[in-house]
Design a protein around this ligand. Structure first.
Ligand SMILES: Cc1cc2nc3c(=O)[nH]c(=O)nc-3n(C[C@H](O)[C@H](O)[C@H](O)COP(=O)(O)OP(=O)(O)OC[C@H]3O[C@@H](n4cnc5c(N)ncnc54)[C@H](O)[C@@H]3O)c2cc1C
Length: 436
């Protein structure tokens, strides 16, 4: 797949170092559309902020309100770096208000109920908000309770880490992993059987642990095992094969069709469901990755998929090309909450939001939009400190390299590492501000 340098600049790069290119690559200036539409956005994380900041520049006179109780903004792609001891905890912390353009309202409450027939949202404080257009950007729920015996308050203790739970837990995981890298033993890695955000993160953490052991001269004192939930290591076959080969080289055996169901945090035993029945796995260090699902406010609403594989987890039933709800056309769902086959990365947010925003603005103008989201997702898959693979793909599992001829996908490169540790965050912040 060949692209011009202009296209390369447009893609920007949550994938990585295109940060500098992407910073100047927002939408071309165009006349704002005058409207008195009421637009409500649930969730002021990556997708909610990006959508709000784009809309405020595309519309004049609209009432745009964000709803989110959380005051902190979490730069989640940095959690892996905190959990690897590469960045401090505050690298991933800021506040939502830093990214609010003037003209946006923020209500610091949670959505408790969505009624898409009445076009209202009720908050946990009992406030009832009406809308003309709704953007659902709630992200997802980490369902730690789905693992029997799991206790989030014990992350970092007794060899148990979990980088997903938040900045403090990512830091606590680093301490546990670092102790393990000093002593050796059995290190266990896995992923849940549900849809999940950044499916590369569990794989990266196994690589990073292996690297930490090697750097400290303790690799021979440790046994590392990766338990995959199905028969593949990654949803894109060519990437799965590459990771399999690298794991083989690095001495990380893989068990397939193993799903973590129970953990005994005192005895350090993880129990996996397998086709042959339950299997107990002792560990000295484990990175627990919880099952993930839609937050209850969406899962238990008419917006969730009504049939099919995403019904139980409650992802929003949207058209995969437009992110528009299939039953309620004034509702768009972007980011992790969208029930689409690929995505659940900040990189997908970057490509989904402009599409949904254009369709929303087109509805206000009474025109139709030709913009489509083709499933672009990317993951700078760290394989050791100083090296990463740039994995980019679409709904069809095609590799969609942003830098053909410059950065070979599926090659362990220093430049891809630099994208992850230097380029990604400025690009992400530009996206939040609606500029990338
Ligand atoms: C460990 C880890 C590593 C990652 N690595 C990468 C990476 O390398 N590259 C990459 O591109 N992506 C990565 N990601 C994924 C990326 O961070 C997410 O896909 C992205 O943040 C999704 O954006 P979002 O807006 O959908 O959700 P979020 O950014 O999580 O925001 C959701 C917001 O909704 C709010 N909310 C929830 N429920 C309600 C409610 N009822 N009412 C009001 N507000 C609500 C929350 O408080 C939150 O502020 C990683 C994530 C993790 C955890």
């Amino acid at each position: 797949m060949r692209q011009s340098w202009t296209a390369l600049g447009r893609r920007g790069v949550l994938a990585g170092a295109g940060a500098l290119l992407a910073l100047g690559a927002g939408d071309a200036p165009r006349a704002a559309v005058r409207t008195r539409a009421k637009i409500l956005i649930i969730g002021a994380g990556a997708a909610g902020l990006a959508a709000a900041n784009r809309l405020v520049h595309r519309l004049e006179g609209a009432e745009i309100t964000l709803l989110d109780k959380r005051r902190e903004h979490l730069y989640q792609p940095g959690f892996t770096l905190v959990a690897a001891g590469i960045k401090p905890r505050d690298y991933v912390l800021s506040t939502t208000r830093e990214y609010l353009s003037s003209g946006l309202n923020l209500i610091e409450e949670s959505a408790a109920e969505i009624d898409p027939v009445a076009k209202t949202v009720t908050t946990d404080a009992g406030r009832r908000l009406s809308y003309d257009f709704l953007i659902v950007a709630t992200g997802l729920e980490l369902h730690y309770e789905g693992i029997e015996g799991m206790d989030v308050s014990r992350i970092g203790q007794n060899g148990m880490g979990s980088i997903y739970a938040g900045p403090a837990q990512a830091e606590a995981t680093w301490r546990a992993m670092s102790q393990f890298a000093d002593r050796g033993g059995i290190g266990v890695f896995h992923r849940p059987a549900t849809e999940m955000k950044c499916a590369g993160a569990p794989l990266k953490y196994a690589f990073l642990t292996e690297d930490a052991l090697s750097r400290r001269g303790n690799r021979s004192r440790a046994e590392l095992i990766y338990h995959a939930h199905n028969r593949a290591l990654f949803s894109v076959p060519i990437v799965a094969e590459k990771v399999r080969m690298l794991y083989q080289q690095r001495g990380i055996p893989v068990n397939h069709e193993h799903v973590l169901t129970r953990i005994d945090l005192d005895r350090r035993i993880a129990t996996f469901r397998t086709p042959q029945g339950e299997r107990e796995q002792p560990y000295d260090f484990i990175n627990v990755v919880p099952p993930m699902r839609a937050p209850a406010v969406v899962r238990n609403s008419p917006l969730a998929w009504r049939t099919g594989p995403w019904r139980a987890e409650g992802w929003a039933e949207v058209d995969r090309g437009t992110l528009r709800h299939v039953v309620f056309p004034e509702v768009f769902c972007v980011g992790d909450i969208a029930g689409v086959p690929k995505g659940k990365t900040a990189a997908s947010v970057k490509w989904q939001v402009p599409v949904a925003v254009d369709h929303l603005v087109a509805s206000i103008e009474g025109r139709s939009s030709a913009e489509r989201y083709e499933g672009y997702t990317s993951c700078p898959l760290i394989t050791r400190v100083g090296r990463a693979l740039l994995v980019e793909f679409d709904y069809q599992d095609n590799l969609t390299p942003s830098f053909p001829g410059v950065i070979a996908p599926l090659e362990e490169l220093w430049i891809t590492w630099m994208m992850k540790v230097v380029g990604l965050k400025p690009t992400y912040l530009a996206m939040l501000r609606g500029r990338a």
